[in-house]
Design a protein. Structure first.
Length: 337
């Protein structure tokens, strides 16, 4: 069994490496990472079983391993509690700093729903219910488990797409995505994106900045124009800047920016806020635009809320497959009951 476990672990590492090298802009990156971690745990279990007698003769080492296993188990058991409390506290911070708006309630709402699902919902399973109630309970339980697994995979894949060994990519274009301006001034969030783009421009001296963003309500000029002015104030020459001023969404940011690229098969770097990078890369992949994404940092409490919003955006982007999964769960529950 140990040999089989090592084979599975080696295979999972190869699959993970191939996905990350070939094209990490997919949920398979997160899935393969989870698979690799699972194979690692299984391999460790069989490895300890194989050398159990030898470990029994070394009491100190055995105690260390037991302590590590207990610590790992405690972390697994406490993680849901820590997650619920963290999300609730950060949700309060979002409301305090950003105001009471529906989009700012996502962190707190998710915390409450997660608590209800993990602590209250299992109790509902033990209540007397009719045949329809049993089916409804099973469907909600399975679909909620699917959505939580999907969210975990999405977040892992998003994190993997933020990891880069180097900034020097031999890029031809650095596309900075707009995020709204106040009058003619860029917001702090947009300024962070522009400064990240300038940083990457310095690491890729042959590249050109594409400032992408149209004019929205309450904006005196197009976002792209305001972004270009800000970059010039930071010392970037106008000849190193291309302005894209028609887009009104991330899809249009990428589409209209790609039309301004004169080189065939260009090397493209997309810059946006860290929580937005993965969804932007998925949209770029749908358009056939080959690129990598770099993220600009923002406040932690805002990032958590925005990540949930980004996941909701991903669900809208791929709604057909989730409808299919829901239908499959209904079929399974109907047959099982």
């Amino acid at each position: 069994m140990l040999q089989i476990a090592f084979f599975l672990l080696s295979s999972s590492i190869c699959v993970f490496a191939w996905i990350m090298i070939h094209d990490p802009r997919t949920l398979w990156g997160g899935i393969s990472l989870l698979g690799m971690l699972l194979c690692s745990a299984v391999t460790m279990f069989f490895l300890l079983s194989e050398y159990a007698n030898w470990l029994a003769e070394h009491e100190l080492l055995m105690n260390i391993l037991v302590a590590l296993l207990l610590l790992a188990a405690a972390c697994v058991l406490m993680f849901p509690v820590i997650l619920i409390v963290t999300l609730f506290v950060e949700g309060i911070k979002v409301i305090r700093h950003e105001g009471l708006r529906p989009s700012n309630l996502l962190t707190m709402l998710f915390s409450v729903l997660l608590y209800l699902y993990l602590a209250v919902w299992p109790v509902a399973g033990g209540l007397e219910k009719g045949r329809l109630g049993t089916k409804l309970y099973l469907f909600i339980s399975l679909f909620a488990a699917y959505m939580l697994s999907l969210m975990a995979t999405y977040l892992l894949s998003a994190a993997l797409n933020l990891l880069h060994w180097k900034k020097r990519r031999g890029a031809d274009y650095v596309v900075v995505l707009g995020a709204g301006v106040v009058g003619t001034r860029v917001t702090p969030l947009l300024a962070a994106r522009i400064e990240r783009g300038i940083e990457l421009l310095h690491s890729n001296p042959g590249a050109v900045l594409i400032m992408s963003g149209g004019q929205g309500p309450g904006e005196d000029i197009a976002e792209g124009e305001a972004m270009a002015r800000y970059a010039e104030e930071k010392g970037v020459g106008r000849e190193k800047i291309i302005i894209e001023s028609r887009s009104r969404s991330t899809e249009e940011n990428l589409l209209f920016s790609s039309r301004l690229m004169e080189k065939d098969r260009p090397r493209v770097v997309v810059v946006t806020t860290s929580y937005h990078v993965f969804r932007a890369l998925l949209l770029a992949k749908q358009q056939g635009l080959k690129c990598v994404g770099f993220g600009a940092k923002t406040k932690w409490y805002f990032t958590l809320n925005a990540l949930i919003r980004e996941f909701a955006g991903y669900l809208r982007l791929t709604w057909k497959r989730h409808i299919f999964v829901a239908a499959a769960i209904i079929l399974i529950v109907t047959i099982a009951t």
